[in-house]
Design a protein around this ligand. Structure first.
Ligand SMILES: Cc1ncc(COP(=O)(O)O)c(C=O)c1O
Length: 390
């Protein structure tokens, strides 16, 4: 089956945060701006997902949801077939989004004043959630070697205060689309064991690996960590259904689950009536769409990297997953404000690197999940905007 990712969808005026949120976040209101910020794709989701929602709409009943057994079966099958993890469907719980699930983990395994480790630059909402819950963020800056991010666990060990309770791994990493190797994951797991930390592995981008690239879940890379592991993930990024606000929490260890369960009962109650059939249709019936969209994104990245890397002083981090490209402008010697203004003046809304914490200075993140023609237009605009730099 073929899917049309080329025809632009008309998303302005549809309460689409990627389009209709530009004015609030960037202070400009220009319908010509190309949105390359919010992590949604500009693509219509898989046919089976749309059909599942249509069936519910026909029934016209939108009360509370219960008995996720078929959804959990679809999730477990997907994990087994795609990612080689034989996960027990009984250890899957549903949250109102991954970030809320992260809040549940913070509530269950830490107290106000405790510290939570993140490897920065990283997805910005982690910071927000940790601070909103009265915990402290301990940033462990990633180092760039061979052009890609690496964790520096030795430097992190030296900065520990003894108040750390949780370590957060973003796998695949956002921004930059790095897939951690089995050795790297094992090293993080050993670090957590040595310092008695709960390991939260945010695997929301797991289904966005480029063709031929395999994602290894933390639980598969390092089964020795199951007694301290909480996996947060979703169908939202891989299938472009983030507005369904439904996350998955996978907790293989029963003792950990017993600590989490009271928090989940308090905070999550019933899963989203809209999200659940969408997840079931995503993992259960939309494998071909997933293959197609990943190939399309990989080609978008290839084109973007080839053209943007040619610009003097600008480099694009190689990536193997996600559609969130991390671009380094630091060699141009501009301030972050100058850089952001120049990109916005080119009529592109992209994320400032500084949103992602330490190491984000001089960088910007570009969402490449756009129809090809829109992407090519964005590339031309960037080429023109930076044509004066040598
Ligand atoms: C790593 C990561 N985690 C979580 C989220 C957000 O998840 P949710 O919308 O389900 O809270 C994102 C969104 O971009 C993300 O990149």
């Amino acid at each position: 089956m073929s899917f049309d990712f080329d025809t632009p969808l008309q998303l302005r005026g549809t309460h689409c945060s990627k389009y209709d949120g530009i004015k609030r976040s960037f202070g400009v209101d220009d319908p010509d701006i190309i949105p390359m910020w919010v992590a949604d794709m500009d693509f219509r989701t898989a046919p089976a997902i749309r059909a599942a929602l249509q069936a519910d709409a026909e029934r016209g009943y939108f009360g509370y949801y219960t008995d996720p057994t078929p959804v959990s079966a679809a999730v477990a099958n997907w994990y087994r077939d795609r990612h080689g993890w034989d996960v027990d469907p009984g250890c899957i719980r549903y949250t109102h989004g991954v970030v809320n699930g992260f809040g549940d983990v913070l509530a269950a395994f830490s107290a106000p004043g405790d510290a939570v480790i993140v490897f920065s630059p990283v997805y910005h909402a982690f910071f927000r959630q940790i601070r909103a819950m009265g915990r402290e963020v301990l940033e462990s800056p990633l180092v760039i070697r061979d052009g890609v991010f690496h964790m520096d666990l030795e430097a992190l060990a030296e900065r520990l205060t003894g108040r750390e309770k949780i370590l957060t791994l973003c796998s695949p990493h956002n921004p930059g689309g790095r897939l951690w190797t089995v050795e790297e994951i094992k090293a993080v797991v050993a670090f957590c064991a040595a310092h008695d930390l709960i390991l939260v592995s945010d695997e929301i981008h797991m289904d966005l690996t480029f063709p031929g690239v395999r994602f290894t879940p933390t639980a598969v890379a390092a089964p020795e960590c199951l007694n301290r592991l909480v996996v947060l993930t979703a169908a939202s990024k891989g299938f472009n259904i983030a507005g369904a606000e439904t996350g998955l929490m996978l907790v293989p260890d029963q003792a950990l689950m017993r600590k989490l369960e009271p928090v989940l009962l308090d905070r999550e109650s019933s899963p989203s009536r809209f999200g659940m059939p969408m997840i079931q249709a995503a993992f259960g019936e939309s494998g071909d769409w997933s293959e197609a969209v990943r190939a399309y994104i990989a080609e978008n990245f290839r084109i973007f990297e080839e053209r943007i890397s040619r610009l003097p002083g600008i480099s694009v981090m190689p990536m193997e997953a996600t559609y969130l490209s991390w671009v380094d402008f630091s060699a141009l010697g501009m301030t972050d404000a100058e850089l952001q203004q120049r990109v916005l003046d080119a009529k592109i809304a992209a994320n400032p690197g500084t949103q992602f914490g330490d190491g984000g200075e001089g960088h910007m993140r570009f969402n490449l999940a756009l129809p090809r023609a829109t992407l090519l237009e964005a590339i031309s605009r960037l080429e023109t905007a930076f044509s004066d730099v040598q």
